[in-house]
Ligand binder design. Structure first.
Ligand code: 5GP
Ligand code: MN
Length: 568
């Protein structure tokens, strides 16, 4: 009798089937089913070399080993759940009870999956093989990732990379610190790697100590007394030398008997405890201190207040943001950080900066006040605490109002008046970047916004309230500055200039210039935005016209068949 030979692969394995030309259709199907080791409920699909599904029937086109078909077990029929011990079908339950009877198993005895499968007439090893085949197929098909899934995968990967590589997100516990193998993931930002490394500090310390004995020129010493000083020209070690110059030139070394090594150790500890973050870093500490130093000279404060007050002011500026984590108080409170818990939500950061300052001063080798009397130390401690706590911006209006109220009868001999003035001076210094030349001030704004944006990103990630003035979707450079200068900076600076009119040219004029600069920038941005919107609208309306034409064209080309619903 004439037979047909059909060549095909199943699970990558070559097979060939031979059957008589007049073989019944069911027999041919069973033949392929057994070749695929498929169960009675499985669906078989046979593909020709073109990838088209062809019917498994006696009429199959004979082929050669070079043009073999591909047989696939596409899906097992899950309804019968052959191993579903907890959901046995009636038929399965009957099989099981007859098996129990046959082997004499009491109904309360639990039987194993293999025994059960045997009882139900399944060959487990065959099923396992089929399962492996299916697994392979799933893995293979998963390799052909659709574009949209691929795009999502790419986004997830890049997001994961960001989480792993951005240091200030390391509280998530995903950060891979390549510089220091000792870091532990922690939910608290300030416990992590944004601290300076030991190696980094040692290097800076050595360099600073080598430099500290060098003489700083008179030219630099004079320049250091002006608000036009450019911090960006100086390295951290040089900055430490400049801070040393400030203590020297205000006569603190001589007046308070500060040993040079103790001052150097103090400045090194301060350097060490400012973190590597975009804005609230050691350079910010220097800028605030340098502005305070400049204000002391410009207003000739040495002739109006005693040295202890000046020492309080300068040291407060040096210490005012120690160990800042790059997240403001609102974040600390909302995220219920260790700091917020410790300080009961009351100026957590400022309390912490101050506590770190006195930690440094507690060590004899870095206590620049160690040769002072108990009373002097007490007064200094009280003064520094007052000044640093005054830098919490939520107290801005309270402090400014107090200053305004005493201004008409300001009296330098009145301690309360002096205290408020000291608070105002540190506040002015703290937010004085815009009083500096534009080329110095503008990079600072970039740093500030970087830190702001980081915080709002984290707030979004953590599902915390997003601080509006930090939101990268809402805030731009000019929008951030125009409001801040108008409503915070100028009102504060103007009051200080009321007491010291000579400051007008030094700090008010440049701030007004900055306001003009950012107002212009804001207008330019607005124009750009409007132009872009206009261009987009024009492009869209063009697209609609072209689109409408091409849609009409495609209808004509495709003919009436094109509007039929897909029946495949
Ligand atoms: P600090 O955190 O440095 O002790 O306090 C000053 C705060 O005032 C900063 O955190 C920041 O919120 C705000 N600030 C200081 N300078 C600027 C500035 O130039 N622009 C804006 N928008 N905010 C500033
Ligand atoms: Mn500050």
């Amino acid at each position: 009798m004439a037979t047909k030979i059909i060549y095909f692969t199943v699970n990558g394995r070559p097979e060939q089937a031979e059957f008589p030309m007049d073989c019944p259709a069911q027999d041919v199907k069973d033949l392929f089913r057994s070749a695929a080791e498929a169960g009675p409920h499985d669906i078989l699909k046979l593909y020709n070399p073109k990838g088209n599904i062809i019917n498994i029937s006696p009429n199959l086109e004979p082929n050669s080993p070079n043009s073999c078909y591909k047989l696939e077990v596409v899906a097992a029929d899950c309804n019968s759940e052959p191993l579903g011990i907890f959901n046995l079908t009636t038929w399965e339950s009957q099989c099981l009870s007859s098996y129990r009877n046959k082997v004499g198993l009491p109904s309360f005895l639990v039987i194993s999956g293999t025994e059960l499968a045997g009882a139900l007439g399944f060959d487990l090893s065959t099923m396992e093989k089929r399962l492996q085949g299916l697994e392979k197929k799933i893995l293979f098909e998963a390799g052909e990732t659709p574009a949209v899934v691929y795009e999502m995968k790419k986004q997830v990967d890049s997001f994961r990379e960001k989480l792993e590589s951005v240091e200030h997100l390391s509280w998530l516990g995903l950060f891979k610190d390549l510089t220091d193998g000792t870091h532990k993931p922690s939910p608290f930002y300030h416990k992590r790697t944004l601290h300076k490394t030991k190696k980094e500090c040692e290097h800076v310390r050595e360099k600073f100590l080598q430099m500290s004995s060098l003489e700083v020129s008179d030219e630099v010493r004079q320049y250091l007394k002006t608000p036009t000083f450019d911090n960006w020209q100086w390295e951290d070690t040089e900055i430490m030398v400049l801070l040393q110059v400030m203590y020297t030139d205000l006569d603190f070394i001589a007046t308070f008997n500060i040993e040079p090594e103790v001052l150097q150790q103090f400045l090194f500890e301060v350097y060490r405890r400012y973190n590597n973050i975009p804005f609230h870093n050691f350079k910010h500490c220097f800028c605030v201190t340098q502005m305070m130093y400049g204000l002391i000279w410009l207003t000739d404060l040495k002739s109006k207040m005693d040295s202890i007050d000046l020492l309080i002011m300068l040291t407060s500026a040096v210490c005012h943001d120690l160990d800042h984590t790059g997240y403001n108080n609102a974040y600390q409170i909302n995220a219920r950080t260790e700091l917020a818990l410790r300080y009961n939500d009351i100026s957590p950061l400022e309390n912490h900066h101050c506590a770190v300052a006195f930690e440094i001063l507690e060590k004899t080798e870095s206590n620049i006040f160690r040769n002072l009397s108990m009373d002097q130390y007490k007064r200094i401690r009280e003064g520094i605490i007052k000044c640093i706590l005054a830098t919490d911006m939520t107290r801005h209006n309270e402090i400014l109002s107090k200053f305004k109220s005493i201004l008409p009868a300001f009296d330098f001999t009145n301690k309360d008046h002096r205290d408020v003035l000291m608070m105002i001076l540190i506040k002015v210094s703290d937010i004085s970047n815009e009083a500096r030349p534009m080329e110095v001030a503008e990079p600072w704004l970039d740093c500030l916004l970087q830190e702001f944006y980081n915080q709002s990103d984290v707030e979004k990630l953590e599902g915390l309230p997003v601080t509006p003035f930090m939101d990268r979707d809402k805030v731009t450079k000019p929008s951030s500055q125009t409001g801040f200068i108008r409503f915070v900076l100028l009102p504060l600076f103007i009051e200080l200039a009321n007491l010291f009119p000579c400051l007008e040219q030094h700090i008010i004029d440049p701030v007004r210039k900055a306001l003009d600069y950012y107002t212009e920038m804001e207008k330019a941005l607005e124009r750009k935005k409007q132009n872009r919107a206009q261009n987009e609208n024009t492009a869209k309306s063009k697209e609609t016209t072209v689109g409408a034409q091409s849609t009409m064209g495609s209808h004509t080309d495709a003919g009436p068949e094109a509007s039929k619903p897909d029946t495949q």
